[in-house]
Design a protein around this ligand. Structure first.
Ligand code: PNS
Length: 165
């Protein structure tokens, strides 16, 4: 069985992420969406909230599983017997960092392959940071994140104390 892993912070999941997940789910027997437990980065959503949102938007995709991980990605890959990392690339500016990560991961675990899926063109500009910026100022999130997530994201920012998120 070919298991691919799509790792990330997903703080929060955007339509760009979901597009990559859907396309990857058509290419592999199973796709594990791996949410990094990265409290040091002070995410807007806890790892449980990020995983919950991903489960919500992937519930119709039978071969997609959402997991959380901490530590090195290569150790998580070994623990689930996967050798394929999926990364989404939006523009050339993403490539340099992703290429460095791919080579680092390959150095740590030489059986790994990192496969880059280009973003769909309507999501080239989109990132979790942009979504958070818009939500912070009460802007419209339609088309940027899956519809089910809009109330969850909005309520986080409505309830945030000024200057906190
Ligand atoms: O969505 P992001 O924040 O760009 O995702 C980054 C992620 C989670 C893929 C990356 O930070 C990661 O793999 N972190 C785990 C630690 C690790 O293995 N780092 C690479 C070798 S130094």
């Amino acid at each position: 069985m070919r298991i691919a892993v799509y790792p990330g912070s997903f703080d929060p999941c955007t339509n760009g992420h979901l597009d990559v997940i859907k396309r990857a789910s058509g290419l592999f027997d199973k796709v594990v969406v791996a949410v990094l437990i990265n409290d040091a980065k002070k995410p807007a959503f806890s790892v449980e909230e990020r995983a919950h949102m991903l489960k919500l938007v992937t519930k119709e995709l039978g071969n997609v599983e959402v997991r959380t991980f901490s530590g090195l990605l290569v150790d998580f890959m070994k623990s689930i017997n996967s050798r394929i990392i999926i990364k989404g690339i939006r523009a050339v500016s993403d490539f340099e960092y992703e290429f460095q990560m791919a080579l680092t991961n390959r150095t740590l675990y030489d059986e790994l392959e990192t496969l880059f899926l280009h973003t769909s063109k309507e999501y080239m500009f989109l990132s979790s940071s942009i979504v958070k910026e818009i939500a912070k100022y009460g802007g419209c999130l339609t088309g940027l994140v899956p519809g089910d997530l809009i109330p969850i994201i909005k309520s986080r920012f409505e309830n945030a104390k000024p200057g906190r998120l």
